[in-house]
Write a protein that binds this ligand. Structure first.
Ligand code: ADE
Length: 228
């Protein structure tokens, strides 16, 4: 998979991809993440990428031209499955969307700033709009990092068996059960006896019950996605 991220602040995206699982995924050749500075595609001397809104009002709007030139340059080299715009009014991200995107080959992510992008970008250049939650960030960069992380960890070979994505919360419609590690007794706070019993069948049943109880309590709406 290849993910191209277009941003006015590409340096903000460097660290999430330079550590741990996302770094190793790139080193193993399972994903290529390429950051692009939108200003490099501006034709004017000041390298500006935004302008006042037609009709007035506070806040700047990102110009269509540098965005079109950047996306056009990428598309001239390879084909892309989706051109995603990160925006608070996009479709709310969930595990199903990440699963679907993890099956794609090449993705472009466009990070918004200021009052957003000229609407014609959304009408003609973008194929999918995603929000990571009903709150407003200063720009789309952190949202792109969240989206890319949720996709990359699903790619075959990125996680080992111990951290397999299949046992993640939401993957089967249920939240993950509680987990414990040593010591078994910390200041009188005990690990549930069943987890130390060695009875794998009973442990599995216990975990399943806890997953269901936690989902009913915290995400009652996701119970409908759950199939036994
Ligand atoms: N840009 C600003 N806020 C955002 C959000 N919540 N999701 C995606 N992109 C954003």
């Amino acid at each position: 998979m290849r993910i191209d991220i277009i941003s006015v602040l590409p340096q903000l995206l460097e660290s999430p991809f330079s550590d741990s699982i996302l770094k190793r995924a790139q080193q193993k050749g399972l994903v290529e993440v390429v950051l692009h500075n939108l200003r490099d595609f501006s034709l004017d001397k000041q390298k500006s990428v935004d302008d006042y809104a037609f009709g007035g009002g506070a806040g700047m709007v990102m110009n269509i031209e540098p965005i079109d030139r950047c996306i056009g340059a990428l598309k001239a080299k390879r084909s892309y499955d989706e051109v995603i715009y990160l925006t608070p009014d996009g479709e709310l991200l969930n595990q199903k969307i990440s699963n679907q995107l993890s099956l794609k080959g090449n993705l472009i992510m466009l990070c918004g700033h200021y009052k957003g992008v000229d609407e014609r970008v959304r009408q003609h250049l973008i194929t999918k709009e995603i929000s990571i939650g009903d709150y407003v960030l200063s720009g789309g960069e952190l949202a792109a990092a969240v989206l890319a992380d949720s996709i990359i960890r699903l790619l075959p070979g990125v996680l080992n068996d111990e951290t397999s994505a299949l046992s993640d919360s939401f993957q089967d419609g249920l939240l993950a059960p509680p987990v414990y590690t040593r010591p078994a007794n910390y200041n009188g706070w005990h690990v549930p006896e069943i987890l130390r019993s060695g009875n794998l069948k009973k442990i599995e049943e216990w975990r399943h019950e806890k997953s269901i109880a936690r989902t009913q309590e915290r995400r009652p709406n996701s119970m409908k996605n759950y199939s036994e």
